[in-house]
Design a protein around this ligand. Structure first.
Ligand code: N01
Length: 539
């Protein structure tokens, strides 16, 4: 029994998170005539793009793809200026959409959802916020994002450090001027790789503390020409339709036909060179052949090409060797797109420090100590990532049937049906949750698919007078097994990445996204809905 608590508000749906997912959900559900409330800890809309304001932050999916497709008016009205949009431009776009659809009036900002508890008798969720509000809702939609709980490693001495420190995922709105400063950057994932060139230009001295060398491919970012924009706007419906039929949800995806092992060396090189020079090679190179992500030898043909490029760019052979990845297959960790990252290490004010062989031991009042050195620093930038995919959800005290905490249910790793719901937590939807293609796709495309599925599902329940939906335990187990089987048929689980939770000490090691392809996944979700939500128990 849930204890008696003051309930201030009764609504149909609570949505947590005002990013791409939450905003679209609010638009659709409100359009259905449902009373909907949204909460976000931020002071405005934007989700990940609200927080990640570090210099150099850009999306690694082309802007013409990384945008809503549900409204032709919106896609015709908006103009993307560059191939890869900056954080600032994406945030402006999200604000434009929020205003255009008049979404703000149902959003409560600066408010964190502390807990969500399922009341079995009423089949309703009881939500408590950081401002003391209690809201009772039939449905709860967690649009909390996959990379929204930033993580600063627990280095001893951080509180002693007299300089300023920042996390890329919590960047100050007023910006930071590093001119004339000695700056230490910890982390060389996508965020570290994007911020490095800018820190290199600004700082008097930049130390990049690298634990693992990472692959990265040139972004080849450039302004859109008026002709490109016009062609895209004219063909948007077809482009979007094609994107939906691809494994990653992008219009430029080309289905591969051949194994990399069957390709002659000269032809493979020519292809790689073309993509390298054209930039944005993340998707095109990884999917240039059928087996880059499934066969070690095929993968190695691409990996060796990129390693050679790194050695060509970086002039100092010792630094080049350190920057050359040697512990994972290319693409098994998120493959960042870079703009001048490797070149930055040719600058005289930039030094790469290997903290794998000489680990960071402590932060001090004046800098950072490794086992064998001390680095004097005025500022430290943590580009150390996030508790990904499950972190933000588990940060909320979510309790389902019998008040079982989600944390307990997921103690050995997340368990969901389709990454959309988890059994024992009825009427709680997760947008792009663990077990869905999510972070392995164009997120906006996938978000639209998930939100539309949830909206349709709620509509179906309304039309049938149903109060409760919960995945069947057996179906969930089968889905989790399928997700694992598909992952195990690829090289992805071999890397220590946030996809597997390996970046968080003590987190269960499970490969979380579904890598069977968004197109096939979409068909599966549609089929389930068409068959009256097969695999879910409805009451
Ligand atoms: O985080 P990460 P991120 N001592 O976890 C290092 C998306 N994103 O913020 O590899 C020393 O990838 C850690 O080292 P190691 C994108 O999906 C997208 O960069 O664990 N180092 C690693 O180098 C991305 O994948 C864009 O050995 C420590 C780094 O910190 C995801 O967000 C841009 C350490 C963390 O890398 C996360 O990226 C930015 C320690 N104790 C982000 N702890 C786009 O372009 C951690 N590290 C769309």
């Amino acid at each position: 029994m849930i204890e008696e608590r003051t309930v201030n508000t009764e609504v149909d749906v609570v949505i947590v998170g005002a990013g791409f997912a939450g905003l679209y959900a609010l638009h659709l559900l409100r359009g259905r005539g449902l009373k909907t409330r949204m909460f976000d800890a931020a002071s405005d809309v934007g989700g990940t793009w609200f927080w990640n304001r570090y210099p150099g932050a850009r999306c690694d999916v082309e802007s013409l793809d990384y945008s809503y497709s549900f409204s032709n008016e919106i896609q015709q009205e908006w103009e993307w200026s560059e191939r890869y949009a900056t954080q600032a431009e994406i945030l402006k776009y999200i604000n434009f959409v929020a205003d255009r659809l008049d979404l703000r009036r149902d959003i409560t900002f600066n408010t964190r959802v502390k807990s969500a508890t399922f009341n079995e008798e009423q089949s309703r969720w009881h939500i408590e916020t950081s401002t003391g509000e209690h809201v009772n809702a039939r449905f709860c939609i967690m649009a909390t994002g996959n990379l929204s709980l930033p993580r600063v490693p627990e280095f001893p001495g951080l509180e002693d450090f007299k300089g300023a420190w920042y996390h890329t995922g919590l960047w100050p709105h007023e910006g930071v001027d590093f001119s004339g400063k000695r700056v230490g950057l910890i982390g060389t994932g996508s965020s570290g790789i994007q911020i490095t060139p800018i820190l290199g230009e600004q700082a008097r001295q930049l130390y990049v503390f690298q634990r693992t060398a990472n692959y990265a491919l040139p972004a080849g970012n450039r302004p859109h020409t008026p002709e490109q924009i016009e062609a895209c706007k004219k063909n948007y419906p077809e482009l979007r339709d094609y994107a939906r039929k691809t494994p990653v949800g992008v219009a430029s995806f080309v289905f591969p036909e051949k194994s990399a092992l069957e390709e002659e060396e000269a032809v493979l090189r020519e292809k790689c060179e073309f993509h390298w020079n054209d930039g944005g090679a993340n998707i095109s190179l990884l999917s240039a052949y059928t087996d880059i992500m499934t066969n070690k030898d095929a993968n190695e043909r691409l990996g060796s090409f990129v390693r050679e490029k790194i050695r060509d760019i970086v002039k100092d052979p010792e630094t080049a060797a350190l920057l050359t990845p040697d512990d994972h297959y290319i693409g098994t960790k998120r493959l960042p797109l870079e703009s001048g990252y490797f070149e930055t290490f040719n600058r005289s004010n930039v030094k790469l420090v290997n903290v794998r062989t000489d680990p960071i031991t402590t932060l001090t009042a004046t800098g950072l100590a490794t086992e064998s050195n001390h680095y004097e620093l005025d500022a430290i930038v943590f580009a150390t990532g996030f508790d990904a995919m499950t972190g933000a959800l588990q940060d909320i005290d979510i309790r389902g049937v019998d008040r079982l905490p989600l944390k307990d249910k997921w103690k050995d790793g997340p368990k969901t049906f389709l990454g959309l719901m988890t059994s024992g937590f009825p009427n709680l939807f997760i947008v792009t949750g663990p077990g869905s293609p999510s972070v392995k796709t164009n997120m906006v495309n996938h978000i639209e698919q998930h939100v539309e599925w949830i909206d349709q599902c709620i509509g179906y329940m309304e039309s049938k007078g149903l109060k409760r939906i919960d995945p069947e335990g057996k179906q969930e187990e089968a889905w989790v097994e399928h997700v694992n089987q598909v992952a195990d048929s690829t090289l992805f689980p071999l890397a220590n990445s946030w996809y597997t939770g390996a970046n968080i000490p003590g987190k269960p090691r499970v490969f979380m996204p579904y890598v069977g392809g968004l197109h096939l996944y979409r068909d599966k979700c549609d089929q389930i809905a068409e068959q009256g939500y097969e695999g879910f128990s409805l009451a």
